[in-house]
Design a protein around this ligand. Structure first.
Ligand SMILES: *Cc1c(COP(=O)(O)O)cnc(C)c1O
Length: 424
């Protein structure tokens, strides 16, 4: 599928006049339309809720937009809970799917009235000791082994640190029930960035069957099944994007096959998607500022891995459009790099692109999730701004770029760091 920017060159040039590159740009219209499709795809399930995985794009302006579209928030740290609180989101609109969790973070999630999702059986006693046991509680399941589908192995849960074995989930439910829990949830995240409509239905089949067993064996009330994240996006042009309507329909089929006949037609389906909610609706906008011809052809950008780590960390593919050259022949082979003293700081390796000239604007696709949020300050590089392209076409800065003052805020080495006025 042809990958096209969500903004025209003219509109982008106008934004760059106001906000210099580099920056992450988000498409409000795309975010809202996609969130509405997700809601529609699961409208057959009256209790359905998507809890946006905050870690994907922890910006309260974005979270607010998703909340307006009916999403709750999936958090796993103190500051993610604080961001959620700042958006006025509380109670069962919060899912706390954390692991190796400090007591004060459980306490914060409980204070906000969020749903706790326990990652391990030992956390039953830990939670009871520090915070008490809430009436509604969830446990994270890990079946071990590999998660296989018709098109091969999807992922390797047996190698993942998350979740409990089936026997542990059963025992955890038993203990939680004895300690006063009344409503239970079952959660699993078994494969990441799946580009197939089969993943959620297959996961749902496994979780629904397990939910029926647990109900039958323990007499517990299963309130929800949380399919978590893992629904992928088509980063590569040759990939076919997931069809959320087909995914919702696939889950409905197994729901009616397994849960309804078991008298469990009141179970709510929850999701915790991050990538699918945001990735395609964000782009990293950067300017080509250097070219270099040695053993390879290099283009040096004003953004670097501090703004987008996925290619450096996972070798991920992010499509690149040279703005204004969409129709040019792609007859050059480039490594597109950032400025870190790290050879992995390359947005693209051996990428076939049109001839790039200095000053060209590169649109790096699908950075809306796990993009800005994964950024870091290696080499003392500062992370750049986030700009929201609003539905009316206006542009609003929703996070400014970092300044040296931000980077040095944790230092108390000398008067220099306290008193020097930085150019911010
Ligand atoms: C990261 C994460 C998600 C979101 O994953 P995506 O791949 O972005 O959909 C959901 N739930 C939990 C517990 C996570 O850690």
């Amino acid at each position: 599928m042809l990958k096209k920017p969500f903004i025209t060159k003219e509109a982008l040039d106008a934004i760059i006049q106001q906000y210099p590159t580099p920056f992450h740009l988000y498409d409000e219209k795309g975010i809202r339309e996609n969130a509405r499709r997700v809601k529609e795809a699961f409208a057959w399930n009256p209790g359905f809720r998507e809890y946006f995985a905050v870690k994907a794009t922890p910006n309260p302006y974005i979270m607010q937009i998703l909340h307006e579209e009916g999403c709750g928030m999936d958090c796993s740290s103190m500051t993610e809970l604080m961001l959620t609180e700042a958006c006025g989101i509380t109670g069962h609109e919060i899912m706390f799917s954390s692991n190796a969790t400090p007591a004060e973070e459980y306490q914060k999630a409980m204070d906000l009235g969020g749903i706790i999702n326990l990652d391990d059986i030992t956390h039953v006693e830990y939670l009871e000791k520090h915070c008490g046991i809430p009436e509604t509680i969830c446990c994270r399941y890990n079946p071990g082994g590999v998660f296989e589908m018709s098109n091969g192995i999807m992922d390797n849960p047996g190698d993942a640190k998350y979740g409990m074995t089936p026997a542990q989930v059963e025992e955890a439910f038993r203990r939680l029930k004895a300690k006063g829990a009344k409503h239970f949830g079952l959660h699993a995240f078994l494969a990441s960035n799946t580009v197939t409509n089969e993943y959620y239905p297959m996961l749902a089949l496994e979780l629904f069957r397990f939910a029926v067993q647990l109900r039958n064996k323990l007499g517990v009330h299963i309130r929800f099944v949380n399919l978590s994240g893992g629904v992928g996006v088509a980063y590569r042009p040759e990939e076919r994007p997931n069809d959320i309507m087909a995914i919702g329909e696939g889950v409905r089929k197994v729901y009616e096959e397994i849960l309804v006949p078991a008298g469990m037609g009141d179970v709510a389906v929850y999701t915790e998607m991050g990538r699918f909610m945001l990735a395609p609706y964000g782009a990293l906008i950067t300017t080509a500022i250097h070219e270099k011809h040695t053993y390879k052809e290099y283009i040096g950008c004003d953004a670097c891995a501090a703004d987008l780590m996925r290619p450096a960390v996972y070798g991920s593919y992010h499509h690149i459009t040279v703005m204004g050259k969409e129709d040019w022949v792609c007859d050059h082979r480039y490594d597109v790099t950032g400025s870190l003293c790290e050879n992995c700081d390359k947005f693209a390796v051996d990428r076939i692109l049109p001839r790039i000239e200095m000053g060209d604007i590169l649109y790096i696709h699908d950075t809306g999730a796990h993009g800005h949020s994964m950024g870091y300050n290696y080499n003392g590089k500062l992370r750049h701004a986030e700009i929201l392209l609003q539905e009316d076409g206006g542009a609003k800065m929703i996070r400014r770029s970092e300044t040296p003052r931000d980077l040095f805020a944790t230092l108390d080495f000398s008067e220099f760091y306290r008193n020097i006025r930085f150019d911010d």
